[in-house]
Design a protein around this ligand. Structure first.
Ligand code: COA
Length: 157
């Protein structure tokens, strides 16, 4: 497959990808996960970690927790250089397909209310807001709320 003439592929990740994951995580996330947090997901059957490779380089990854009949997207990141190329949209399509295969009914996630890029990307992929957790995240200025978003999978929309 290719986007803008860039060949890409999705792959299940294992712990050997931790170095590349952390490079992106520390580059783009406001509150980066620790190596330990990723490694505990690799060791847990509830979690699916997938990577988007552009040629041989990791351009993004996602962490999905599957708790049938629902799933939660716990992390999604695209490298700085890969952003605004449609990769998050492709990744969400891939994850929704995985959910369809696993007969998941709803995919949930939480996102900072200030994270306009992510909120727009999720809404573009069919997520709607179903809740709000007030003052959920710590910030330098105090706190900010989390939007709870949901994508219905049944019927795929
Ligand atoms: C949020 C993120 C995953 C988006 O990835 P991306 O590959 O750049 O997104 P896409 O190119 O697929 O864009 C999809 C839509 O998102 C929105 N979007 C993306 N970047 C945006 C920006 N900087 N500002 C506003 N909207 C933006 C647009 O609506 C876009 O659709 P359009 O191109 O038709 O306008 C990426 O910016 C990222 O990794 N951010 C840091 C980590 C993060 O915040 N993860 C989510 C945590 S919940």
């Amino acid at each position: 497959m290719s986007v803008n003439n860039r060949a890409f592929v999705f792959r299940k990740l294992d712990s050997s990808a931790i170095g590349e994951i952390l490079d992106i995580e520390n580059e783009v996330q406001e509150s980066p996960w620790s190596a330990q947090k990723f490694l505990s997901c690799f060791g847990d059957d509830l979690y699916l970690l997938a990577g988007l490779y552009v040629r041989t380089k990791l351009a993004g990854y996602a962490v999905l927790m599957v708790n049938s009949p629902d799933a939660e997207l716990h992390n999604l990141a695209i490298s700085k250089t890969g952003q605004n190329s449609g990769f998050a949209t492709l990744f969400l399509t891939y994850l929704i397909d995985q959910c369809v295969r696993m007969s998941i009914e709803n995919l949930f996630l939480e996102v900072r209310e200030s994270n306009t890029a992510a909120i727009n990307a999720y809404k573009k992929s069919g997520f709607i807001q179903v809740g709000l957790r007030q003052r959920y995240y710590q910030t330098d200025a105090g706190s900010e709320s989390a939007l709870i978003l949901k994508r219905e999978i049944a019927g795929k929309g």
